[in-house]
Design a protein around this ligand. Sequence first.
Ligand code: UD1
Ligand code: CA
Length: 457
Amino acid sequence: MLNRYAIILAAGQGTRMKSKLYKVLHPVCGKPMVQHVVDQVLKLNIANIVTIIGHGADLVKATLGEQSSYALQEKQLGTAHAVMQAKEMLASKEGVTLVVCGDTPLITAETFDALIKNHEEKSATATILTAWTDDPTGYGRIVRNEKGLVEKIVEHKDASEEERCIKEINTGTYCFDNKALFEALEKVSNDNVQGEYYLPDVIEIMKSEGKVVSAFQTNDFAETLGVNDRIALSEAESIMRKRINQAHMRNGVTLIDPVSTYIDLDVEIGSDTVIYPGTMLRGTTKIGNDCQIGPNTEIKDCRIGNETTIRQSAAFNSVIGASVNIGPFAHIRPQSEIFDEVKIGNFVEIKKSVFGKGSKASHLSYIGDAEVGSDVNIGCGSITVNYDGKNKFLTKIEDEVFIGCNSNLVAPVTIGKGAYVAAGSTITKDVPGEALSIARARQENKENYVNKLNIKK
Ligand code: UD1
Ligand code: CA
């Protein structure tokens, strides 16, 4: 087998996106488009991946890191000019080079593989990945001669009325004999409507030199969708979402309404878990078996055990155990660790806290910067007072503590094991284990006082 190389074009601004964010960094199902492309290319046996960077070069580099080598295209003079930037790194190599646009996030390794195989079988100098579509607007068209052989690719903007009727398009993915590619690139001119050096022009150049140019058709246009604007971005997102959701359903996850369930690519879900409508599972979230998630729940970068229920709530960057019951309307903020069999009820916010096994905060609480032991009961309306306007302090609540309703625990403070805090207390000093602490004004009843004041009508 010949050595294989890949060039990913990712230097464009993406003017049609009308965005501050460079086009190839726009996420599709939580992952930048160019990362999707690289992920697929990495599944092939490739000696060197060169990503052409320009607009947002540093950000693209930071996104892909060590997965690729980079060549800088200082001015974006067209796709042929972009590939030329890899000349120093690749031009002298014998082998086959795959060229892919960074804005085709749906393309798969299987398709790359089929393209490369076809290219090698036909001993072609160039093989274009083409697709058919009823609406080819914007794409380069594949012009074939009367024998059905590819003659050239003509860009939409340069195409005649007749050529615009062609429904076979250039997907922007190609396979080339590496040396022949760099030789042909030298001959590309920018004599066209956009004044750009077009990569597709190498096809006509190779053809005129009698080289074998082949086209490999994919029957899945959707996979080759090029994202140039936000409309295509939403199309790509919905196709990718469908793929992801179907994979989960095949794995034994129930999605009540896949159309309104948004799962990022790297999320893992165990079998017999049910996801209700309006749920977003984002980032690197991992959910166990037999869970009930949603409706209307957002979970990002969390690890969740088996048999846990999370309804109409939000949870971020936290670890949540098994048989936990959260919501409705709870908010689990980053760096929280919630152990098994915990109950976090309505209007409870947990921030950067540990919540021990079997503990409960069932209603209207704020627990921030706290270490809560096991089997603790936090009464309705109780809060940790963790912030003095400058610094944050720790509240420690040991095992089996009972915090009465509407208590304030002013940190730093420790409530010892098995202690009771009376309802309505404002605790400013440590409470020893097994003690009852009452920290509120004593009640005084003034008999008949209302009549004395004569405030009754
Ligand atoms: C390109 C093809 C078109 C094909 C379509 C498929 C050309 C001239 N046209 O058109 O035939 O049907 O893709 O989606 O190639 N880029 C650079 N440097 C540049 C210009 C572009 O790196 O100087 C990168 C962009 O970041 C992008 C990719 O190349 O990732 C394609 O560029 P784009 O402007 O989107 O080309 P299209 O007009 O879509
Ligand atoms: Ca494009």
